[in-house]
Design a protein around this ligand. Sequence first.
Ligand SMILES: [Zn+2]
Length: 294
Amino acid sequence: MQTKAVPFSSKILAALVLSACASWTAAAEAPPVAASELGNGLYFISGGGGANSSALIGDEGVLVVDSKLDIASADAEIAVIKGLTPGNIRFLINTHEHPDHTGGNLSYGNLGAVIIGHEDVYQILTAGQRGGPPEPLQARPSITFGNGGGLTLHFNGETLEVKHMPPAHAASNSIVHFVTANVYQMGDVFSGDRYPTMAGGTLQGFIDGVDQVLAEANASARFIPGNGPVGDRAALESYRAMLGNAQSSAAQAIKEGKSLEDFLASKPTAATDATYGDPARFLTAVYNQAKEAQ
Ligand SMILES: [Zn+2]
């Protein structure tokens, strides 16, 4: 039986979320919100404070995935969407609960959008996260699914498959597959410009989740990461190789009795640091997980 959806004390959770999300783009220093069409009425929306999002626009209205960091960024995003269509915004899907993906939920809820996400998203927004107050009712999901679950939406001629992934970045992390557009919105299970962070999941969860998507996706699929540019299959395969390299490097280091400091000094991810940036926090988490698993 599924018990409490919030797995940690709020204090520990707040600390984890804070540490996991230190590299968020704040609204003040973010580039402007911009939409670019990926096909079949699906727009990739970059910029603003917080994570990448998307909007599916068509005759039935608008569906948005993730709501950016705050109300100002969400309102800027809504203004961009309103410039593309007079249609009503009817659905918002949250890939997980972190504020850079849900901070603008209230703007969407106030427009009457039905919010969808993993049950943890509901529970955590209802309790309040990072020591903050509970989110208003209109900012919380009203349709949820549990571990290993998901749902299918038929909207604007598109079929969307929302699927919970193994705990990787967050325990709740879910993806959205736009079947006709052949686009997977990966939330923070995929990152295009930084090493992944873990706030409720594990490196093995990332590997299992990415493998699941790669097994299903065809050669021309595209992948919207939580941050960074839209990737093609080669980009997701490179990311998967990086995850595997980190895992095997940490296992080898521990086998050789290397300390964390020696492991970091050996620069196991040197080949991918140009793409993903400073690996220290990621590799520290990977090393500590491998050590605990011994
Ligand atoms: Zn996150």
